[in-house]
Design a protein around this ligand. Structure first.
Ligand code: CU
Length: 168
């Protein structure tokens, strides 16, 4: 490589680095330059550890009776199934106030499919099913201020596996 080739190679290299550096901020679309502004909105998390305890249909329950959060916050529910009996399969489903029986009965109808969640219009958020000894995580944004409920939609559990969810 002679000197002029080295110079050209040097220019190309400089250009490659310079160009790749600029690309992060500017993108060309139909000949117009558009500046991309990265907006980092920090989510405000409210984290709750909920245990599903008990090993019989009469014992089983969530060890948290109510959950209160602020409107607009992000909620992370760590649901830990502490049961050991095979029939103890649990999820956690957040619903509109007063719709528990309806949501639960519709879940029974589709037994034993999927996540036992059917009546989506009354559902705010729902987790997957945790088998005995398993944990599942549910993340969602708090709905508007008001009173809500949560329940386990595994068939037969909704009468006693439930709690209240308040958004302030
Ligand atoms: Cu359950």
């Amino acid at each position: 490589m002679n000197n002029s080739h080295k110079l050209i190679a040097g220019i190309i290299l400089t250009c490659l680095f310079a160009c790749s550096g600029e690309k992060k901020n500017v993108e060309k679309s139909e000949g117009k330059e558009i500046k991309i502004v990265e907006k980092v909105v920090e989510k405000k998390w409210e984290i709750f550890n909920v245990g599903a305890v008990g090993n019989t249909m009469s014992e089983m329950k969530y060890d948290v009776e109510s959950i209160t959060v602020k409107e607009g916050s992000w909620i992370r529910i760590n649901l830990e199934n502490q049961g050991i009996d095979n029939s103890m399969m649990h999820n956690i489903v957040f619903i509109n106030y007063g719709t528990r029986k309806m949501v639960a009965s519709e879940a029974i109808k589709i037994w034993p499919s999927q996540d036992f969640v059917v009546n989506k219009k009354n559902i705010i958020a729902y987790s997957g099913v945790a088998k005995p000894g398993e944990s599942v995580v549910l993340e969602f944004k708090a709905p508007k201020k008001g009173n809500y409920e949560y329940l386990c939609t595994y068939p037969g559990h909704a009468e006693i596996m439930r709690g209240y969810f308040f958004v302030k």
